[in-house]
Design a protein around this ligand. Structure first.
Ligand SMILES: *[C@@H]1O[C@H](CO)[C@@H](O)[C@H](O)[C@H]1NC(C)=O
Ligand SMILES: *[C@@H]1O[C@H](CO)[C@@H](O)[C@H](O)[C@H]1NC(C)=O
Ligand SMILES: *[C@@H]1O[C@H](CO)[C@@H](O)[C@H](O)[C@H]1NC(C)=O
Ligand SMILES: *[C@@H]1O[C@H](CO)[C@@H](O)[C@H](O)[C@H]1NC(C)=O
Ligand SMILES: *[C@@H]1O[C@H](CO)[C@@H](O)[C@H](O)[C@H]1NC(C)=O
Length: 193
């Protein structure tokens, strides 16, 4: 029987470990439940901020139904979006959920294009179609944003961003600018995850 060299064993171990990590990451998000009978075919636990992305991709029309969930205090905000211009914050078209307008705990969603590092956050249209109005909820210490997006360029791989931060004086305020908050980007594959 051929003997595997030391480096071959290391490779086998690395492959097994990454398979286990991928399986765990599916498990962590797979049991999530959603409001109003919503369910999604696939999910990924995202690498930072305790967030997860759940989605169903419709190849027949290039849209994806998405649920983004991230832990946050009820007085804060969370956001998820797609950068059509490059990688990172600037150029991203995002959905921001908060209770900043604070009428009886109602969660509202702002849709906005982040035109700079200090964006206007004007509620407006995005750089891709949003065929249905977005919604959001706050429950069990987490915000969930529900959105349908026409994947830009009809491409199933997109540069995505997500974030969480505070509300100050009734307005979305700057998120922390170190550590995990600067690593919240992912090239998201909407077919394979
Ligand atoms: C998910 O649900 C299944 C079946 O109910 C259960 O066996 C499993 O332990 C759960 N996984 C997690 C991570 O909670
Ligand atoms: C896209 O296709 C799905 C599945 O057939 C359908 O439920 C959805 O309404 C369609 N969306 C648009 C914008 O046509
Ligand atoms: C998107 O691409 C799929 C094939 O991947 C195609 O069937 C569909 O018609 C395209 N949709 C749009 C809106 O271009
Ligand atoms: C608060 O409400 C105003 C008026 O509807 C809206 O323009 C603004 O985007 C909202 N702010 C947030 C953070 O939801
Ligand atoms: C943003 O605009 C949409 C469409 O006009 C609206 O439904 C939504 O309530 C607005 N969001 C906020 C926070 O005002």
């Amino acid at each position: 029987m051929a003997r595997l060299g030391h480096s071959a064993w290391l490779l086998v171990a690395a492959v097994l470990l990454s398979a286990a990590a991928a399986a765990t990451s599916q498990l962590d998000c797979a049991n999530a439940t959603f409001q109003a009978g919503r369910s999604y075919r696939r999910c990924n636990t995202l690498p930072v901020l305790g967030a997860s992305l759940h989605w169903t991709y419709h190849p027949e029309n290039g849209t994806a139904d998405v649920a983004f969930r991230a832990p946050q205090s009820s007085g804060g905000w969370v956001a998820w979006g797609i950068n059509t211009q490059g990688v990172g914050m600037v150029g991203s078209s995002v959905f921001i959920a908060s209770q900043a307008n604070g009428t009886g705990g109602a969660v509202s969603v702002v849709t906005t294009v982040l035109e700079s590092f200090s964006p206007s956050l004007r509620n407006g249209s995005l750089r891709f179609d949003v065929p249905a109005p977005p919604a959001a909820e706050y429950s069990a210490g987490a915000y969930t944003i529900y959105a349908t997006v026409a994947l830009p360029g009809n491409s199933t791989v997109q540069n995505t961003v997500w974030q969480a931060g505070p509300v100050r004086g009734g307005a979305i305020a700057m998120h922390p600018t170190s550590g995990p908050n600067l690593r919240s980007t992912k090239r998201q594959d909407f077919v394979s995850g």
